[in-house]
Design a protein around this ligand. Structure first.
Ligand code: FE
Ligand code: FE
Ligand code: ZN
Length: 276
């Protein structure tokens, strides 16, 4: 069987540009990375400089990078019962999907949202409707739904909820899942002691073919806490051994694996070394 290299990276700032973020990735031994498409807590988007985007694509090509992961802002909530919040989600998603064509064939990850006051099924319906409205047959980007920790009114805390959402999306070839190890552990999927069992459940409920990226984070809280608090690799309840097994598991072969641990890039480089 073909052996893929490990595509490991971390979340990086693109405030100095995309190619600059790529150079930071290279300098810490990463061969993929994640970036926000716009201000994560606001919503304004900086114009993308086509030359800068090209420079990043060149750097990725020359250094055999894996798929890059874009992350939608946290303020994007398509499941909200507030029409103003949904309007922003609609505009933001539409713009981001268009802007992603500066980086063809990569992935765009989003949180499926919080229903804040209605119900999970209503929230799922709203998110699916919005995705079907903004996703086009011609986009090259695959939209990923992130597995969430299921706190509060958050959607996506179980594989069943994500399967329900995915099944309603018209462009089945342009939708997928990003599995966050901290989030699934917080929900109660024991990736520490029973990784194969979790993968079996994922495959049965969702289908492993939809798995397109990994957020590889340790967890500050124990199994089933429903708390979304990332820990550095080896400093949480999942632990280095289990995270290393995840990174090297054949089910995840070829996928971009992104650290979202509370660290600066040089320390992320150390974490990447530990996982490799
Ligand atoms: Fe996220
Ligand atoms: Fe995440
Ligand atoms: Zn998180």
């Amino acid at each position: 069987m073909e052996q893929h290299p490990l595509y490991l990276g971390c979340h990086l700032s693109n405030s100095k540009g995309y190619a600059a973020a790529g150079r930071v990735a290279l300098s810490i031994g990463a061969n993929t990375f994640q970036f926000f498409t716009r201000n994560p807590r606001g919503g304004s988007a900086k114009e993308i400089d086509p030359a800068d985007a090209q420079a990043l694509l060149g750097l990725c090509h020359e250094n055999a990078f894996g798929t890059l992961v874009a992350h939608a802002p946290y303020t994007l909530n398509p499941a909200s019962s507030d029409a103003k919040v949904r309007d922003f989600a609609y505009r933001c998603l539409g713009e981001d999907i268009a802007r992603m064509e500066y980086f063809p064939n990569q992935v765009y990850n989003l949180h499926p949202g919080s229903h804040v006051g209605s119900s999970i099924p209503v929230g799922i319906t709203q998110t699916a409707t919005l995705l079907n409205d903004v996703m086009t047959g011609s986009q090259s980007t695959t939209v990923l739904i992130e597995t969430m920790s299921g706190g509060g009114s958050e959607i996506g805390g179980t594989f069943e909820q994500i399967a329900d959402l995915l099944s309603r999306i018209r462009e089945q070839s342009k939708i997928g899942v990003c599995l966050d190890t901290c989030h699934v552990f917080a929900t109660g999927y024991d990736v520490k002691h029973d990784l194969d069992g979790v993968l079996e459940a994922f495959d049965r409920i969702l289908g492993l073919r939809f798995l397109r990226a990994l957020h590889i984070n340790d967890s500050l809280f124990d199994l089933g806490s429903h708390k979304d608090r990332h820990a550095r690799v080896g400093e949480g309840f999942i632990g280095l051994d289990a995270l290393r097994k995840i990174a090297h598991h054949e089910a995840f072969s070829g996928l971009p694996m992104i650290l979202e641990t509370p660290n600066e890039p040089p320390e992320h480089g150390e974490e990447i070394k530990l996982l490799r």
